[in-house]
Design a protein around this ligand. Structure first.
Ligand code: DUC
Ligand code: ZN
Ligand code: ZN
Ligand code: ZN
Length: 488
């Protein structure tokens, strides 16, 4: 069956340009973007007059159905994606966790989990070990499985963490495959030490989580990862930049010409750490994520860095545990499963915090919530654009309407929300995913199994400049200094 849609009279916003135009969609693809399109009677017409018609959000950083810290996130590929669609996000990229260090076994597990998808998705692959088998599998993952990014955890000592030797091997392998290396940047050895220190001091509550892993540990690991990526001469993507310390390292590297991408997440942009000191455990523990949500001031600085381009795109790290799961750590903050919500809230909170406040333009909003992610992961302009030929992942946002966030009405399966009670301007009134209207009149109409896996090709273009730099470096090595053997 061919679904036909006409979105009439809205302001179409792309990352480069905005204009009043109609958008005509057929069979999940945008066919035309032009003012005053004429269509036949069998076409469903949506009036977008006075509203913004924008590419659906792409969340570069989520954890759905992830086994973690002795439990599993409560949002799976269906509930998490349904929540996303209700908030104007139409694609996400999730992190595959290897099974017993096997990338292929990990991917098979995630392929199974993702079968119930109701929106498009892609994968990043985490690397937890390095040997000949992992090296071979990385090649299979890039060349045959449609994954072009690998993530290294510098934290989570004893489980996911990699040391510098492994990180270096991984960076070299990413480079040779044309894949993008990503890092969770916190010094895991120091975090471990900090946690012991807190317990010795008798600080066992959620505030101990923040105190045990201060910004300096994020700054150190960010600087180290950047320098090692520079040493290997390969690009680096720093996930969930939560502190001024990490942001300033990224700013410095970018200024010096190094290709480093910085991803703030919504929680880091709009929250501060005060909730962790709440006397109610259920309230305090819902804010526990890593790196921690920082003291007031870091949030505003990260907003500034997003508006001036030091940071490029916004993720969520959506990784949700309900209050029963969070209570695993009632006597010891080290056992509180790490993670906060955000997949449903991201588009609204970025609009309200960044556009409504005048810190970025509407075209920049599209860039940081959608287009930049599509470009970085090499799926632009299939995703991240409203142009003829692109996938029909579209949202209609009403700037004069308002949103309110609470656990009662959200679509995630969790029973708490770290943004509880927040209101703001700008509401996603319609979400269209793959040409289907899935969110309209505050109602979700999602179809399990309708989401497609989006393959992301490796980055030949990204590496051409680097090959040149390497060539001049290598030729300098081939020119040893000639010294005379003369004696005096
Ligand atoms: N941080 C979290 O808070 N949850 C998932 C993994 C991570 O790095
Ligand atoms: Zn245009
Ligand atoms: Zn992380
Ligand atoms: Zn994460």
């Amino acid at each position: 069956s061919s679904t036909k849609l006409l979105i009439k009279g809205g302001t179409v916003v792309n990352a480069h340009h905005q204009e009043v135009a109609d958008v005509y969609v057929e069979d999940g693809i945008i066919v035309a973007v032009k003012p005053d399109l004429k269509v036949s009677d069998d076409v469903k017409v949506i009036d977008a007059t006075g509203k913004f018609v924008m590419p659906g959000g792409i969340d570069p950083h989520t954890h759905l159905a992830m086994e973690f810290m002795g439990t599993e996130t409560i949002d799976d590929f269906f509930s998490g994606q349904a929540a996303a669609l209700a908030g104007g996000t139409t694609m996400h990229i999730d992190f595959v966790i290897p099974v017993n260090d096997s990338l292929i076994a990990g991917l098979e597990t995630y392929e199974e989990k993702a079968k119930k998808s109701c929106m498009d998705y892609g994968f990043h692959m985490a690397i937890t070990k390095f040997d000949d088998i992992v090296s071979r599998d990385m090649e299979i993952i890039v060349k045959e499985k449609g994954i072009n990014s690998f993530k290294f955890f510098l934290a989570y000592k004893g489980s996911l963490m990699v040391n510098d030797e492994l990180l270096l091997e991984g960076l070299k392998r990413c480079k040779s495959l044309g894949a993008l290396a990503m890092v969770h940047a916190e010094n895991g050895d120091a975090v471990f030490e900090g946690q012991k220190r807190m317990i010795q001091l008798g600080i066992t509550g959620p505030e101990g989580h923040a105190l045990s892993r201060p910004p300096v540990l994020e700054g150190e690991a960010t600087a180290r990862a950047i320098r090692l990526a520079g040493f290997v001469n390969t690009p680096l993507y720093v996930v969930h930049v939560m502190s001024i310390d990490a942001m300033e390292e990224i700013a410095k590297a970018r200024k010096s010409g190094q290709r480093v991408v910085g991803e703030p997440v919504v929680s880091g942009l709009v929250l501060d750490d005060s909730g962790l000191w709440d006397s109610d455990f259920a309230t305090a523990s819902k804010y526990v994520m890593s790196p921690p949500i920082r003291a007031s001031g870091h949030d505003k600085a990260l907003q500034g860095a997003l508006s001036n381009g030091v940071l490029q795109l916004v993720g969520t790290d959506h990784c949700v545990f309900n209050s029963t799961q969070k209570a695993f750590g009632i006597d010891d903050f080290r056992k509180i499963p790490n993670g906060v919500n955000g997949i449903e809230e991201r588009m609204h909170l970025v609009w309200d915090t960044m556009v409504e406040s005048g810190q970025i333009s509407i075209t920049d909003y599209v860039r940081v919530t959608s287009t930049e992610c599509a470009r970085i992961f090499n799926i632009y302009p299939r995703k991240g654009a409203i142009i003829a030929g692109s996938d029909a992942d579209i949202i209609i946002l009403n700037p004069n309407s308002s949103f309110e966030i609470n656990a009662r009405s959200h679509h995630s399966r969790t029973d708490t929300n770290v943004y509880e009670g927040r209101r703001g301007k700008g509401k996603v009134e319609v979400t269209i995913a793959g040409g289907r209207v899935v969110w309209e009149n505050n109602e979700l109409k999602v179809v399990p199994g309708s989401g497609k896996y989006i393959e992301m090709p490796p980055f030949n273009y990204l590496f051409s400049g680097i090959d040149k730099a390497d060539a001049s470096y290598l030729s300098s090595l081939n020119a040893p200094v000639k010294r005379s053997k003369s004696t005096t």
